[in-house]
Structures are given as structure tokens and as C-alpha cells.
Write a protein that binds this ligand. Structure first.
Ligand code: ATP
Length: 221
């Protein structure tokens, strides 16, 4: 079902989120105080409106309360980001996702009721670092400070062994959620399913356990 999103702040991060949501067939209202940003993004969203999001009356008149998710992607101006979040919260917006500049900013945002705070530059940095140091890793998603999901290519050492034989959950404490290759995807594989060389394993676990598992995939120990 298509959802209604509003994105406030059309810098690189905000405009990229707005366009991606619009390309996924969701309704997107984009808001920026800068008219030039509105012109740049007109064709990538459902509506683009010039407004200052720290102006409560302006936000109300846009009916922002009725949106399922509002993303606050104001970067440099921390005060505007905090004020905007507070206004949205007081208006009763259910899900508010906010980009933070630093930990203190994030802490304030959570205190005033942000549903999720993101650090796009930091998160992408961590992700790229993981992809660089472990060649077998195709993708890396951080679920929390402690848990992640990785997509990792199986190695020759694991080929034609069943999950039971490899005993991954007991040995490494992580779980294989899916196995896939060009021809098939096996969601929630069972103990007797075999891993073939080159299969992509989607694995969930504690970061330390995943690291040990990655080591095993690469070096067989
Ligand atoms: P990037 O995503 O490019 O890294 P950034 O973190 O540098 O962006 P800014 O450029 O500071 O963020 O802000 C993003 C956008 O938010 C800008 O286009 C700016 O005009 C807009 N913006 C700032 N304050 C407000 C406000 N009060 N109301 C609406 N839009 C605002």
C-alpha cells in the first residue's frame, strides 16, 4: 500500500530520500525554505512546497499531521532541526525520522520524541569500511549498536555441506536467514539444506559473532 511521506530539507540526503520514495510509488511532499531547492526537486516528488518548517502555522496549513512519516533532513541548522521535530511531535505526527549532526543532537531529538535518528555519513562510512575489509561481503546492514545483517558469499570450504553439518548457530551464534543465487532464493533454510559454492548467505547476528563467522567463511577457521 502506498504511504504518504513528507521530507523537510532538500539537501543531498533529503532530496535523495524524497526521490527514492517517489520512485517507489509513494506520495511525497517535499518542503524547503529555499525556493531554488524547490525548483530543483519539482519533478522528483508529488508536491514541492517552499516553507520554513520552524513556522508552526505554515506546517499546519500544509496538513503535515496527516502524513504517515515525516523525515527531517535539515543538516547544519541544529536549532531548526530540533524546533521542527518538536513542532511535528506536538502536532501528533506518528513517525518522525531525523538526520542528526552529532550524538548530542541525537540525544535531544530522542528526548523530544523523534522515532528514529539517523547519521547518514557515519552509517555509510561504517558500511563501506566493512565491504572493503571483507571481500566476500556484499552488503551490511546495522540493526543496532550490537546486531547486524550481512550478505556474504559462501566459500569453497562450505560447499555441499548442510547447515546441520556446518552447525553455524551453535559454533558462531548467528543464524542464516536466507540462501540465494541466480536461480533461487531459499527463505528460512532448514538444517538439511545444502550450501553451494557461490551461494549468497543472508546472516543475522551479534557483530562479534558475525566477525568470527566471516573469518570462517574466508579462512575456514
Ligand atoms: P546534505 O544532505 O546535503 O548533507 P546538509 O546536512 O548540509 O545537507 P543543509 O544543507 O544544512 O544540510 O540543509 C538541508 C536543507 O534544509 C537545505 O536545502 C536548507 O535550505 C533546508 N532547510 C534548512 N532550514 C530549514 C527550515 N527551517 N525549513 C525548511 N527547510 C530548511
Amino acid at each position: 500500500m502506498s504511504k504518504q511521506f513528507a521530507v523537510i530539507g532538500l539537501g543531498r540526503f533529503g532530496s535523495s530520500i524524497a526521490k527514492a520514495l517517489y520512485d517507489l510509488d509513494h506520495e511525497v511532499m517535499a518542503i524547503d525554505v529555499d525556493e531554488e531547492k524547490i525548483q530543483e526537486n519539482l519533478n522528483n516528488v508529488t508536491h514541492a512546497v517552499q516553507a520554513d518548517s520552524t513556522d508552526e502555522v505554515a506546517l499546519k496549513s500544509l496538513g503535515i499531521r496527516n502524513f504517515d512519516v515525516v523525515v527531517v533532513a535539515i543538516g547544519q541548522d541544529i536549532q531548526a532541526s530540533i524546533l521542527t521535530t518538536l513542532i511535528l511531535k506536538e502536532m501528533g505526527v506518528e513517525t518522525i525520522v531525523v538526520k542528526a549532526q552529532n550524538q548530542l543532537h541525537a540525544k535531544v531529538l530522542y528526548k523530544i520524541g523523534a522515532s528514529k535518528v539517523v547519521f547518514p555519513e557515519r552509517d555509510m562510512g561504517i558500511r563501506v569500511a566493512h565491504l572493503l575489509v571483507t571481500p566476500n561481503i556484499l552488503d551490511y546492514i546495522e540493526l543496532s549498536d550490537e546486531y547486524s545483517i550481512v550478505e556474504i558469499i559462501s566459500s569453497e570450504k562450505m560447499a555441499e555441506k548442510t547447515l546441520l553439518e556446518l552447525n553455524i548457530r551453535a559454533r558462531f551464534g548467528c543464524s542464516i536467514m536466507a540462501l540465494k543465487n541466480n536461480d533461487y532464493i531459499n527463505v528460512a533454510p532448514s538444517a538439511n539444506d545444502k550450501i553451494h559454492e557461490g551461494d549468497i548467505m543472508v546472516v543475522i547476528g551479534h557483530k562479534n559473532d558475525l566477525r568470527r563467522f566471516e573469518e570462517f567463511v574466508m579462512n575456514g577457521k
